[in-house]
Design a protein. Structure first.
Ligand SMILES: [Zn+2]
Length: 415
């Protein structure tokens, strides 16, 4: 053992010295010392893990997405060396990974890491293939191109003409497959759902009944909407009245809004894309009990969720721009899952951050009406129940969503 190794044997590092949740998690599972050798913090209980173990974990994790260029990149001296982008260790940590070390004022931790990690010319793993984030982005782009401009309802096997990019059919299957893995297909007991819809009342109009405030009649479904094409009735609502108003109201003083709150009169199943766990970092230690790597799965779902919730201007382009989310929705609606067939999708509101909107697969035949005079028929499924209604004026706050510029994607797909 060199004196160099001996020095590292006596160093420990605490979770607070890192910002990355994956590294913090690793340290918390390996704490042996009551003092951190780097930031100096001390406690009565172990708070710091052996630095050598932490550095080894970081080093091993890096190889999931990066590699030594010597292993995988062609080298042509006459052309200036490696035929692709490479980074020395310090640059990989600082610029590519952007590793945050919140307590490392004297850079001793950073220097120790660079010293301890493999001294590679690092490059992207499989440098001549797409990264997973690129595969996802290109697969979504290909799906949009096909359903907007080529074919919309049926896909052919020969839509698959690139090994690395999902075909439109595969992309749709992957959404439900991954959503099932992460636990996003959720059953909801009767009465648990709370969803509000806002409807503009003009010139003395007053909407109070479940049929007034619920999904529109078929004859009125003439608009192309985010999740449903013209002619297909679905129910759109939001978690909060404020979100419903931001999604609906477009100007002050146009009238008052009737706001209805609905619940579910039977158990339902939702695909919840608004409640996605964060994408774990490359340093996340996958538990033995987990049969898949959650990082690419969540990268994919975050991308899809972001794409289908973006605002679209109603200037005619909505007939094209909403097609991908309409196709995803119809696919979700047509599939039965282990939890049952899906009754709706919850998705992040693009106009009210941290809030969610819903599309429920319900038309007026699914609305429960007190003392219902409508003829009953076999297979009646009147599960959407109005539980409260109120009236609101639109405020500046309610309209704020429309002033938001288009949000940025949740992850950086530029790499
Ligand atoms: Zn520390």
């Amino acid at each position: 053992m060199s004196s160099h190794d001996y020095d590292y044997d006596h160093r420990f590092v605490c979770a607070s010295c890192f910002a990355d949740e994956g590294i913090k998690g690793f340290i918390e599972g390996a704490m042996k010392s009551k003092e951190c050798s780097f930031c100096g913090v001390a406690a009565d209980e172990p708070i710091a893990a052996p630095f050598k173990e932490v550095a080894k974990h970081i080093n091993d994790s890096l190889y999931q997405e990066y590699d030594d260029a010597g292993n995988c990149m062609s080298y042509v001296s006459a052309d200036g060396g490696y035929q692709g982008e490479t980074w020395p260790t310090y640059e990989l940590l600082m610029d590519v990974i952007a590793l945050e070390l919140p307590r490392d004022e004297d850079e001793s931790l950073f220097k120790a890491l660079v010293d301890r990690l493999d001294d590679n010319a690092w490059c992207q793993r499989n440098p001549y293939s797409l990264t997973y984030a690129q595969e996802t982005e290109f697969s979504w782009g290909r799906f949009c191109q096909v359903v907007k401009h080529q074919r919309r309802y049926f896909f052919r096997d020969d839509d698959k003409h690139d090994r690395e990019i999902l075909s439109p059919g595969e992309l749709l299957e992957t959404i439900l497959d991954y959503a099932g893995k992460i636990g996003l297909i959720v059953g909801m007991d009767r009465g648990v759902l709370k969803v509000t819809r806002a409807r503009l009342q003009r010139d003395g109009e007053k909407f109070e009944s479940a049929l007034d405030l619920g999904p529109p009649p078929q004859a009125k479904a003439i608009q192309s909407n985010r999740m449903s094409p013209a002619g297909v009735v679905m129910f759109y609502g939001s978690d909060q009245p404020e979100t419903a108003l931001r999604e609906t109201a477009q100007s002050l003083g146009a009238g008052t809004y009737a706001v209805g709150e609905f619940s579910n009169g039977r158990e339902i199943v939702l695909l919840d894309l608004a409640n996605l766990p964060d994408i774990p970092s490359v340093f996340y230690e996958i538990p033995d009990s987990m049969e898949y790597n959650p990082r690419p799965v969540l990268q994919f779902l975050h991308h899809v969720s972001w794409e289908i919730s973006q605002p679209v201007a109603r200037d005619g382009r909505e007939h094209i721009e909403y097609v991908p989310s309409q196709v995803v929705t119809e696919f979700v609606r047509s599939r039965s899952t282990e939890t049952g067939s899906i009754d709706g999708i919850r998705y992040p509101s693009a106009v009210h951050p941290d809030n969610a909107s819903y599309v429920l697969f319900a038309d007026q035949d699914n609305v429960a009406v007190p003392n219902d005079k409508r003829p009953a028929f076999k297979g009646d499924d009147r599960w959407l129940e109005l539980v409260a209604h109120t009236e609101r004026q639109v405020s500046e706050d309610d309209l704020r969503g429309w002033k938001n510029e288009f949000a940025k994607p949740p992850t950086d797909f530029s790499d």
